[in-house]
Design a protein around this ligand. Structure first.
Ligand code: ADP
Ligand code: MG
Length: 472
């Protein structure tokens, strides 16, 4: 057994990236009041870095030495998570880097990913997420490879399609308009209420946009791939270089998540993970069998969290600390290693889509929303059927002609996740593996994970469970 001193694993080391301006600007206060006491109590060591500007976190994770960290924790909203994922994907060792476990401690105004774990008020949600982080269970999360139009720039070299990676959403029309308009200072102080106010303002002056939406239903992929996926076709120069480099060197398959991130902290008896299709045994179990890879690390025992010195607001948690992590899931764990983000179902953005296998809708849209997690915001349960790693993009589109009342009803129902029962010929919900959106109106907004991207054609393909996320 591993209970002699030198065999004990070292404490987990986490890099906390805090955006002090996220949400209502309370991230540092919440860190001091809730987060740091909790992770100290869980015997986790950490470094805390406050971001100083947009893209600071992205540059930072591009440069850091990853083996020094067991995980990177975003203390902000979804925007900072987007930066970190893209920073990791811009590294030469991206295939390995993207498997670094990531966590989010929600302090932003858009806390969609955090809300997937628990839907509740702001600090309660934060405490729940912090608690899950301390437990240390990791699950795979889908990542979507996106190609956007080139940024409008005088520099002609920038006129190539841009590839980026997304964990949450693509929005066009109503949803992106509200997100971007409500980012202005006047709304900022409202926290997540900025979305509600923004929605009401935009419903009052409802717009529609001309466009073409094409998508590939999941059944097509299952039947047409024939087990031999088409060759990968990278889209931007930087990614091309990275991929070429990876294809030319006969590298072994990507390290599995836990080999990469924490082999040095595992007791020698443990073997590389091979996941059983059943949920892992109780986290308090001391036997280091393969399933305990997904259970809390031995250095964060539940007893620490249960110790009398740990003041946990009991009303905040409605699950039992001793309940086996993973039993909450309604299906078995998927196996590692995870997939890598790909876009092999898509032709280049400037070339037509094949007519076979694709469904195309052209006309006037109020909104198009592509979501791969269940929540669009802490209070927007926009794709209740979505699972972390279902390998699906959930598309909702609303066509022009919908009445303001129906649209309002749709958004109210979304808070509870019951909007699929709002019957309207103008509202559609479909799921797909890939889609292309071609806005045909001259002006509008387009967002990826709530961040503005160049307005113009955009396409996306989902990769199953490419990310590792602290989440149960
Ligand atoms: P919120 O949910 O409040 O919008 P986000 O995490 O989404 O919080 O962050 C919003 C934006 O702030 C992101 O686009 C991120 O790049 C940017 N950002 C991060 N750090 C800073 C900073 N120190 N100053 C200004 N903007 C920042
Ligand atoms: Mg944001």
């Amino acid at each position: 057994t591993a209970d002699t001193g030198d065999l004990l694993p070292r404490p987990r080391r986490l890099l906390l990236l805090v955006n002090p301006f996220s949400g209502k600007g309370q991230a540092m206060q919440w860190c001091q009041a809730y987060i740091l006491p909790m992770i100290k109590e869980a015997n986790i060591s950490y470094n805390l870095i406050q971001t100083e500007r947009r893209n600071h976190a992205r540059e930072l994770v591009r440069e850091i030495s990853l083996p020094e960290w067991d995980g990177i924790i975003i203390v902000s909203g979804d925007g900072l998570m987007h930066e970190v994922i893209n920073g990791l994907m811009e590294r030469p060792d991206w295939e390995k880097a993207i498997k670094t476990p990531l966590g989010i401690l929600p302090c932003g105004s858009g806390n969609a990913l955090a809300a997937v774990k628990k839907r509740d008020g702001a600090t309660t949600l934060l405490l729940n997420c912090c608690f899950l982080l301390c437990r240390g269970g990791i699950l795979p999360l889908d990542v979507v490879s996106i190609t956007t139009s080139p940024s409008p720039s005088k520099n002609s070299r920038a006129a190539a399609p841009r590839r980026l990676f997304s964990f949450l959403s693509v929005a066009w029309g109503f949803v992106s308009d509200v997100d971007i308009e409500s980012e202005r200072c006047v709304y900022r102080g409202l926290g997540s209420a900025r979305f509600t106010l923004g929605t009401l303002v935009r419903i009052a002056s409802l717009r529609s946009y001309k466009g073409r939406l094409s998508y590939m239903p999941p059944s097509v992929v299952a039947t047409s791939s024939n087990g031999t996926p088409p060759p990968r076709r990278p889209l931007t120069r930087s990614i091309t270089e990275v991929l070429d480099q990876n294809q030319n060197t006969s590298r072994p398959r990507p390290h599995s998540l836990l080999q990469h991130s924490s082999s040095h902290s595992l007791p020698p008896k443990m073997t590389p993970p091979s996941f059983s299709p059943t949920p892992p045994s109780s986290p308090s179990s001391s036997s280091p069998d393969s399933s305990s890879y997904l259970a809390p690390r031995p250095n964060t025992p539940n007893s620490t969290l249960n110790s009398p010195s740990f003041q946990m607001p009991s009303s905040s948690f409605n699950f039992d600390l001793n309940e086996p992590a993973g039993l909450k899931r309604n299906r078995p764990f998927v196996s590692l290693p995870f997939d890598v983000p790909r876009d092999d179902l898509l032709p280049p953005l400037d070339q037509p889509l094949p007519t076979r296998d694709w469904v195309t809708i052209e006309g006037d849209f109020v909104l198009v929303l592509a979501l791969y997690q269940s929540h669009l915001g802490a209070d927007l349960h926009a794709a209740p059927q979505a699972r972390f790693d279902d390998g699906l993009i959930h598309l909702t589109f609303v066509r022009a002609g919908i009445s303001r009342t129906t649209l309002l009803r749709l958004f109210f129902a979304m808070e509870k996740g019951t909007h699929h029962s709002v019957n309207s010929p103008y509202v559609s919900h479909v799921s797909c593996k890939a889609f292309r959106l071609q806005p045909l109106s001259p002006r509008g907004t387009l967002t990826v994970d709530g961040e503005l991207v160049p307005y113009g054609p955009l396409q996306a393909q989902v990769g199953g469970g490419a990310l590792a996320i602290y989440s149960y």
